[in-house]
Ligand binder design. Sequence first.
Ligand code: ADP
Length: 399
Amino acid sequence: MKVLVLNAGSSSIKFQLFEIAGWSVVASGSISRIGEEDALLNLRWIEDGGQSRQLDQHHPIVNHHVALEQIVAHLRDTGALTKQAELKAVGHRVVHGGEAFHLPTVIDEDVITAIRQMIPLAPLHNPAHLDGILVARELFPGVPQVAVFDTAFHQTMPRTAYRYAIPDAFYREHQVRRYGFHGTSHAYVGKRAAAMLGRSFDRGNFITLHLGNGASATAIRNGSSVDTSMGMTPLEGLVMGTRCGDIDPAVLLYLMQHLGLDHQQIDQLLNRQSGLIGLCGVNDMREIHRRIEQGDTKAELALGIFCHRLKKYLGAYMAVLGEVHAVVFTGGIGENDAETRTRTCGKLEPLGIVLDETANRAESGGERMISSAESPVKVLVIPTNEELEIAQQTVEAVG
Ligand code: ADP
């Protein structure tokens, strides 16, 4: 039996098809630029003989329905999924589950209504996820569909961590609170960290740092999220590729009152033109390092601010947790950028973090420990695998 994981964005659908026995990936790929003349279909699959194959095609794809139809047709033609009976379930990544969803949930009409009601909290994401869910229901009638929410893992945060210090009514009447995101990734790397240390997840305290284009830190106590850096939206917290992260809210008032910016301009400024790109003109960390080597002071400052913010969250979450078993780096930057890890963990020996610089700088993919043997707090690099986590949670949800 197989499980299909779908991540439907506003102009793209990413997918992975897993064989449940052994969790191997049978096929994966994406369709991007949906709605445009040169939409791109990219498909990778494993043939019967075990050989890996790849297909890239450009052609017009008008909407999500056609996109998913094409994915299904290709999965059939390549032999990856020849009949619906092989499909145990479809798992959908859904960014915002608000307070309604603590767990992966089998989708019915009520769940669809709830995801729709959450659109004001995630206007860019939830409509696209709904498209994906509705089309998948049409194409796979009778196959259970499961929603796996980015916010769900953080629903265990205590009120002291999730409430903002603003009048109560804004929470009660308008759901203004911190939700947190990247929950699937934090949960996945947390579980892997526990496995690497040989302890059960529900007895592990971890600080997980997901550093991709979006970035967030989470404090996990005994397997549950107790604080995380993103808030009501993914704008709060760490410095990101194009998002500012934490900022004095009075800056927004200043921009409105003195520079005449309206809410759309402020949204654009803080979500798309800030963070690394705002500081130095690029958001690709590899390019930032190239520029630093050439003496670019803006790039140096951008990396400095990125790592300083990260170190502050690391220290804060060590204080929140008291005892920490491991700090985990993941995401494109967390997994690949030794310099970011050095700057973030450097000089923290008094707090029990002793990095092994040779291990940190070693060219190696995969899961690894980069702290020295005597470091009381272990430092781990763990490639995230949100699709696998969604696949496993989906199968768990359908039983
Ligand atoms: P997304 O949030 O879009 O999934 P990723 O997790 O793919 O993002 O991370 C993207 C970031 O990872 C970019 O800043 C990119 O420059 C950085 N990155 C990827 N590979 C490397 C590398 N080898 N060294 C440093 N940074 C890297």
